[in-house]
Design a protein around this ligand. Structure first.
Ligand code: AMP
Ligand code: MN
Ligand code: ZN
Length: 939
């Protein structure tokens, strides 16, 4: 009886506590939101400026997906996931150690100046690389920051040559560090480290820098059986220098570094070459002492080199836990075993709480890019689990007490307790401590979801982007059940997709710089961006007339003035906001004339691009885009030119693909749509083995139809993936797959493509040279290491249905409209988003810009998978029927479609549906139809 009452009372108390907590929770949310409105907000009380927030790219982010190592060009095939990209070179070194002379001959003339070079610009870094390339040996050390970052990052790299010490600001240069890759991987240059085990992994993690040919002085100490192998010991013994190693725990993000830290950082590397020389001599003499039995086993120098290079072979991996936070939970449990016996039910509860709190802490740390101990200390977790406080102020006190009572063992006595993260998520903790029977999976899901819902509140960064946008359970190796995983991923709200979409695709800096260009007589010609202005200045074609905002005057006479032709538009200053609704916080470029048409316009008709590219917020963008897609279908009907290539066949032996006619007799024609072919091939390659046999047959039939034979090999399937892709798409795709499809070069022959239209001529032959692979450009090379920032892979389910096209590194569902991406959308995303940068939006193009010599550019972009071929046909048709006037009228129709759909209220003055853009073109103009070659200045 008593027990029963007890339980009832407990229930009542719990209920009251729950209601109270709920009240606290909701009101705190309200407070939270209010504050957010007030100050632009995030999860931190003050918007903290963490230096890693300025990194543009990170190789190791906080998601649960595995680290991707560098893929060497041309070596993609050789390298399996777990193989070191320089395994071969290192292997060679293990057998052929470097020459001892390098150490011994020169170490007498060690530099003793107190001068050092601080490297924090790209130019300085390049200069340093040039210096290092000429050295035979240099010494390296790194300093890390790990408190205010989940995985930690390299804050400083120290390099010492015989002549000079260099301190590289790897925070300022984080995105440019690739410059150092070759010199570190150069097997002809010895890199001296002391205790390199961590440095080697950190360099891989942050910069894809791989060390090849290393001499580790700590390994030398091992071989020489030194009493100690610390650097402090070596510095004292060989150089009489005493160092205070506690400095290694300083906050290396500090800028400028204090004198003391600078001195420490230099000392860590300055004497290393000298010490390496001494140790090498000792290794040499030790070897010759025992020269009675010569042989590799007794060559101590060789052994040191071998052990050092074995360190280089290590590969960085992100730790993978079966359940987030589980390793921390186990260690907290084992350390507190004496307090928390594990038998009584109370203690079982405590144990569960430890697991739950650790899981929550893990997620919080990843989302906010903080270390676990910064978010919530181990001792606080233990105390919270044992005491199980039930309201925010109790929780607050338990944490504070746990942290202060343990201050002696705390390496960071100045840490705020509770941390701002914990304080701002106190509501989470209240719930966790109340919901004792929650399981870890649910906790993670719930709080991940919560952060997604509050995407405006916790700032997005390259560190948490993948985690928040593609909480990919398949790759995470987490222990969620399938059903909850499905439920989970289906709850990604529209709102959040929208936020992520904005983050990813909106213009990162103002589009219009409103720099001005004046003619020789001082009359204004147009507004333009800074890049263009600099372009004129660099070539001595203009002089600066005003600084802020910048304005230039051209030094040559231009033909045609905007105002002469009623083109006031070009001399209007333009605002950085959505022309539809006036939204200023974000905007995306929108092309009023769809690219599939515009790309085929005669060059001189492209000159009013700035008129026909406007800024729109995502909402207006969506409206404009769907109106345009609808109108495209109308155009297709009207002109009888289908939106997609209907049929394509491979003409067998000659490996020539042919676009088949889609006339009345379409049924009899052999051939498949290129998109269908690609989708089928992708599904077969990915899921062929587990596919229902009926579906398998169906898809195989598509591929067989294309190749015109029964036998279809895996190579054929891979070849089919590339059919119809533009060289651009193809190159990107190959990079992404890390494969080279040399054997799939194909000559594509179009056969009566535009069937139902009146045209039946055969003039659409595309030269096979359009498909010849080009040498990768610098930009392409860059994107190899980009972790697929520009990736474009379709997701295909086991039934071979194209589910969604992933754009960029994430699989976000863009505003739900992309959930079931049908044919057109893929090309929409590619054309409208990826090519964004390639299109110069700014003002009139009076002059020939070298990067706009685009005749072959168009060919590179035309893909059989998108609307490109349709656009080409339509434009040809227009030109044939009405000449350029036809194209102009066509543009006017599109402007009307745009205006009718969006009802734009903020179009710049002078913007006009009827805009003609007619004007004369000067000798320099790229739009001059009579222009033949390039003037010499632009060569
Ligand atoms: P070092 O190899 O001595 O130059 O140390 C490199 C980096 O390792 C330092 O910048 C620290 O971030 C980290 N580190 C090394 N030892 C410790 C330690 N005992 N406590 C904290 N951090 C350390
Ligand atoms: Mn150091
Ligand atoms: Zn808008």
């Amino acid at each position: 009886m008593e027990a029963a009452i007890g339980i009832e009372t407990l229930d009542a108390l719990l209920a009251i506590a729950f209601v109270a907590a709920l009240f606290l929770f909701t009101s705190s949310i309200r407070r939270h939101r209010r504050r957010k409105m007030a100050d632009g907000c995030n999860c931190y009380p003050d918007l903290e400026d963490k230096p890693q927030n300025r990194f543009k790219r990170v190789l190791a982010d906080n998601s649960y997906s595995p680290f991707k190592h560098f893929k060497r060009e041309g070596k993609e095939k050789e390298i399996s996931v777990r193989m070191h990209p320089f395994a071969k070179e290192i292997d060679y070194l293990l057998k052929h150690p470097p020459d001892l002379k390098t150490f011994i001959t020169s170490h007498k003339n060690s530099n003793s100046s107190c001068h050092f070079v601080w490297i924090d610009t790209e130019d300085q870094l390049e200069a340093l690389v040039n210096v290092l390339n000429k050295e035979e040996i240099f010494a390296v050390d790194t300093e890390q920051h790990s408190l205010r970052s989940f995985l930690g990052f390299t804050a400083l790299i120290q390099i010492s040559t015989w002549k000079e010490d260099y301190l590289i600001d790897t925070i300022a240069l984080h995105d440019m560090m690739a410059t150092l890759r070759p010199v570190f991987a150069n097997p002809a240059i010895i890199k001296v480290f002391h205790g390199a085990d961590n440095d080697v992994l950190w360099l891989q993690r942050d910069f894809h820098i791989y060390v090849v040919n290393m001499f580790d002085t700590a390994k030398a100490c091992e071989i020489l059986s030194k009493p100690q192998k610390s650097l402090a010991y070596l510095l004292e013994t060989y150089c009489g220098v005493y160092t205070d190693k506690t400095l290694q725990r300083e906050d290396w993000r500090l800028r400028p570094l204090s004198d003391e830290m600078t001195e420490y950082a230099r000392n860590d590397v300055h004497y290393l070459l000298y010490i390496a020389g001494c140790l090498a001599s000792e290794l040499e003499s030790k070897t010759s002492d025992i020269s009675a039995s010569p042989g590799d086993e007794l060559n101590f120098f060789l052994e040191t080199s071998r052990r050092s290079n074995t360190v280089c072979l290590q590969l960085y991996v992100k730790e993978v836990e079966s359940t987030p936070g589980s390793s921390a939970a186990s260690s907290i449990l084992s350390r507190n075993m004496n307090i928390v016996g594990l038998t009584s039910s109370k203690n079982l509860e405590t144990k569960d709480l430890i697991w739950i709190l650790c899981a929550w802490r893990d997620l919080m740390a990843r989302i906010h890019d903080e270390s676990l101990r910064y978010v919530l200390s181990d001792q606080s977790i233990a105390a919270l689990a044992v005491i199980a406080p039930k309201n925010p102020s109790e929780i607050y006190n338990v944490i504070l007490q746990a942290d202060t009572s343990n201050v002696s063992s705390n390496a960071y006595p100045t840490l705020p307790s509770p941390s701002p993260i914990t304080k701002n998520h106190m509501d989470d903790l209240c719930f966790l401590l109340l919901e004792v029977d929650a399981n870890v999976d649910d906790v993670i899901q719930k709080y991940w979801q919560k952060h997604l819902d509050g995407a405006q509140c916790c700032p997005l960064s390259p560190y948490n982007y993948a985690l928040l946008s593609q909480f990919n359970l398949k790759h995470s190796g987490l222990s969620f059940s399938k059903s909850s995983a499905e439920k989970f991923s289906s709850t990604v709200s529209k709102k959040v997709s929208r936020e992520l979409f904005i983050q990813k695709f909106s213009c990162k800096s103002p589009v219009y710089h409103n720099c001005r260009i004046y003619a020789t007589d001082g009359r204004m010609l147009c507004y333009c961006d800074r890049k263009k202005l600099e372009w004129y200045l660099r070539r001595g074609l203009a002089k600066m007339v005003e600084e802020d905002p910048p304005a230039i005057m051209l030094l040559f006479e231009t033909k045609g003035r905007p105002e002469d032709e009623g083109n006031e538009f070009y001399i209007q200053s333009k605002k950085n906001m959505c022309v539809g609704c006036g939204e200023k916080s974000h905007y995306i470029r929108y092309r009023i004339i769809p690219s599939c048409y515009r790309m085929h316009f005669p060059e001189h008709l492209k000159s009013h691009r700035s008129h026909d590219i406007v800024l729109l917020c995502v909402d207006c963008h969506e409206i404009a885009h769907s109106a345009a897609e609808k109108y495209k279908r109308q155009v297709a009907q009207e002109f009888g030119i289908p939106l997609f290539v209907q049929k394509i066949v491979n003409s067998g032996e000659s490996t020539a693909a042919t676009v088949a006619s889609t006339s009345m007799s379409a049924e009899e024609e052999t051939g498949v749509s290129p998109l269908q072919l690609r989708t089928a091939a992708m599904a077969l390659l990915r899921h062929g083995s587990n596919m229902p046999s009926g579906r398998f047959e169906e898809l195989m039939q598509i591929v067989r139809t294309y190749f015109g034979r029964q036998e279809v090999s895996e190579e054929d399937l891979e070849a089919a993936l590339l059919v119809g892709m533009s060289p651009h798409e193809r190159r990107r795709f190959e990079k992404k797959r890390g494969l080279s499809f040399k054997h799939t070069e194909q000559n594509v022959v179009y056969k009566n493509y535009a069937s139902s239209s009146s045209q039946t001529n055969n003039h659409n032959k595309v030269n096979s040279s359009a498909h010849v692979r080009e040498k990768p450009t610098e930009k392409d090379k860059e994107s190899i290491s980009d972790q697929g920032i520009h990736s474009n892979l379709s997701t295909v389910d086991t039934n071979g249905n194209l589910l969604l096209e992933t754009v960029g590194s994430s699989s976000i569902r863009i505003l739900d409209r992309e959930v079931e991406i049908e044919q057109g959308k893929a090309s929409y995303l590619k054309m409208d988003i990826e090519n964004e940068d390639q299109l110069d939006d700014s003002s009139v193009n009076l002059l020939l810009m070298p990067d706009e010599i685009t005749t072959s550019e168009t060919a590179k972009k035309v893909s059989l998978l998108g609307h490109g071929p349709h656009g080409k046909q339509v434009v040809e048709h227009l030109l044939k029927r009405n000449g350029e006037e036809g194209v102009r009228q066509f543009c006017q129709r599109w402007r009307k479609v745009f205006v009718d759909a969006v009802h734009p209220r903020f179009l710049p003055l002078g913007w006009d549906i009827m805009h003609s853009g007619r004007r004369d073109f000067g000798d320099y103009s790229v739009y001059n139809p009579t222009k033949k070659g390039l003037p010499e200045v632009y060569a």
